[in-house]
Design a protein around this ligand. Structure first.
Ligand SMILES: Cc1cc2nc3c(=O)[nH]c(=O)nc-3n(C[C@H](O)[C@H](O)[C@H](O)COP(=O)(O)OP(=O)(O)OC[C@H]3O[C@@H](n4cnc5c(N)ncnc54)[C@H](O)[C@@H]3O)c2cc1C
Length: 379
C-alpha cells in the first residue's frame, strides 16, 4: 500500500449528484457465483499476498457482494444476521483479512438498514448491500466512549443544512477514495450524532501510518476529518445515544463470523496435517472440539438475533459474553494449531503463524477482550 493516500475530493453521495464511477459488482467470470466460488477464485490463491504484501482483496469483496454475502441482514430486522455470520465464517476459515473487510461492509449495511433516515437508506443501502459501494465503520472510538473508556474523537458544529465535523479516527478499515463509513460525533450542544462519511469529501484525509503484524490487506487508515461538511441528508441518527443500543448487538454478533471462521480454519489446518495430528492427540483441544464449540457459538448467535434490537444493557451483556467466548475460541484454536505444528509452525511465513496473528486481531478489535471484561466486571 502507499504510505500516504490523500483522498480525491468529490461530492458526498446525494440524491441529485451522480454517484462516483463504481467497479463492477461481479467478477467478470460468470462461473463465480457462490461464496465458495469467490474463496476458491479470489481468496485462497491470494492469501499470502494479502497477508505479506497488504493486497486489498477488492475482487473478492465485489464478488461476495454479487453473491449476496452482504445482503442477508437487509430488511429482516436482524433475522438475516446468521446468514451474514455463516458467509463471513466461510471466508474467515481461509483468510481473516478478507473476513474482517466483510465485517466492515456488513456493519455499514447494518447501519443503513437500521437508520430511521429512510431517504438515506433508499439512496445508499442497495449499493452497499450488493458490494457496488464499499466501506466500513469508525465505531471503535464511539463504542469505547459509550463504555466510558475514552472521549468521542469527532466534534461537530451546527451549520446551515448540516454539520461541520473535525477530529481523527486512529484506524478505520475497508476504506478507499470512494468508500463510505459510519461514525459518531459529539455536538457542541452535548448530543451525539451518527452520520455517514464519504472518503471523497473535502477535508477527509486517509493516511497509512502503521505497519500491522496482520490484517495488512484490510486498507486500514488513520482518518483525519478537518472541517468536513456532513449534510443532514447523510445523518444516520440524530440521537446516537438512543440509536446505538438498538444496533450494537448486531454490530457485535456479526463479528462472530470472524471468530468462527478463524477457529474452523485452524481446525481444518490441523486435520490436513495428518502426521502432525497423530503426534498431537493429547493436546487439550482437538479439531473436533474446536468445531463443536464453533457450532455452539453459531447456534447461540442465531438465537440471539431474535432479540438483537433489544436496547437493554442485560441483552447487550449476553451478546458480549458470546463475543468473549468466540474470542477465546479463536485464540485457543490458533494456539493449538501452533502447538501441533511445533517448529514447523515457528518458521517465518508459515500458515500457522499467519493464523495465530490473525486470531489475535479478533481478540483486540473493539469490543476487545479487555473492553468486554471491563463491561462484565461493571455488571
Ligand atoms: C488492523 C486494525 C484495524 C482496525 N480497524 C478498525 C475499524 O475499521 N474501525 C474502527 O473503528 N476501529 C478499528 N480499529 C481499532 C480497534 O477496533 C481498537 O479500537 C484498537 O485496536 C484499540 O483498541 P484497544 O482496546 O487496544 O484500546 P487502546 O487504544 O489500547 O485504548 C484506548 C484508550 O482507552 C484506554 N482503555 C482501553 N481499554 C480500557 C479499559 N478496559 N479500561 C480502562 N481504560 C481502557 C487506554 O488506556 C487508552 O487511553 C482497528 C485496529 C487495528 C489494529
Amino acid at each position: 500500500m502507499t504510505n500516504l493516500l490523500r483522498c480525491r475530493t468529490v461530492e458526498p453521495v446525494t440524491g441529485t449528484v451522480p454517484a462516483p464511477a463504481l467497479s463492477p459488482a461481479a467478477p467478470a467470470d460468470a462461473s463465480i457465483q457462490s461464496v465458495g466460488d469467490v474463496v476458491a477464485a479470489h481468496v485462497r490463491p491470494l492469501v499470502q499476498h494479502i497477508d505479506k504484501d497488504g493486497l486489498y482483496p477488492e475482487a473478492a469483496l465485489r464478488g461476495l457482494g454479487a453473491a449476496g454475502a452482504f445482503a442477508h441482514h437487509v430488511g429482516e430486522t436482524g433475522r438475516g444476521l446468521p446468514g451474514a455470520i455463516a458467509d463471513m465464517a466461510e471466508v474467515g476459515a481461509t483468510c481473516l483479512s478478507t473476513a474482517f473487510c466483510m465485517w466492515c461492509q456488513d456493519a455499514l449495511v447494518w447501519y443503513l438498514d437500521c437508520t430511521p433516515n429512510r431517504e438515506l437508506a433508499a439512496r445508499a443501502l442497495s449499493d452497499a448491500a450488493s458490494g457496488r459501494r464499499l466501506g466500513g465503520t469508525g465505531l471503535s472510538n464511539p463504542m469505547k466512549s459509550f463504555s466510558g473508556i475514552e472521549p468521542l474523537a469527532l466534534k461537530g458544529e451546527r451549520v446551515d443544512g448540516g454539520w461541520r465535523v473535525t477530529g481523527r479516527l486512529p484506524w478505520v478499515s475497508n476504506l478507499g477514495p470512494d468508500h463510505l463509513f459510519g461514525s459518531i460525533f459529539a455536538t457542541t450542544g452535548g448530543r451525539k450524532v451518527m452520520a455517514l462519511f464519504d472518503c471523497g469529501a473535502a477535508g477527509v484525509t486517509l493516511t497509512q501510518n502503521a505497519h500491522f503484524i496482520a490484517l495488512e490487506g484490510t486498507r486500514t487508515y488513520s482518518v483525519l476529518i478537518r472541517d468536513v461538511f456532513v449534510r443532514d441528508a447523510n445523518v444516520l441518527a440524530e440521537d446516537a445515544t438512543t440509536f446505538v443500543p438498538g444496533i450494537r448487538q448486531g454490530f457485535v454478533l456479526l463479528q462472530l463470523g470472524m471468530a468462527i471462521g478463524a477457529a474452523r480454519g485452524a481446525a481444518a489446518a490441523m486435520d490436513a496435517d495428518a502426521s502432525g495430528r497423530a503426534q498431537a492427540t493429547w493436546l487439550p483441544l482437538s479439531p473436533t472440539a474446536i468445531r463443536d464449540r464453533a457450532s455452539d457459538l453459531q447456534e447461540r448467535a442465531a438465537r440471539a438475533t431474535s432479540t438483537c434490537h433489544d436496547p437493554s444493557r442485560a441483552a447487550f451483556l449476553d451478546v458480549l459474553r458470546l463475543r468473549l467466548d468466540a474470542s477465546w475460541l479463536a485464540l485457543e484454536a490458533s494456539q493449538t494449531l501452533s502447538l501441533q505444528f511445533g517448529a514447523r509452525g515457528y518458521l517465518a511465513g508459515c500458515d500457522a503463524d499467519r493464523r495465530r496473528r490473525e486470531a489475535q486481531f479478533v481478540a483486540i478489535v473493539t469490543p476487545s477482550i479487555k473492553h468486554i471484561t471491563k463491561e462484565l466486571a461493571a455488571e
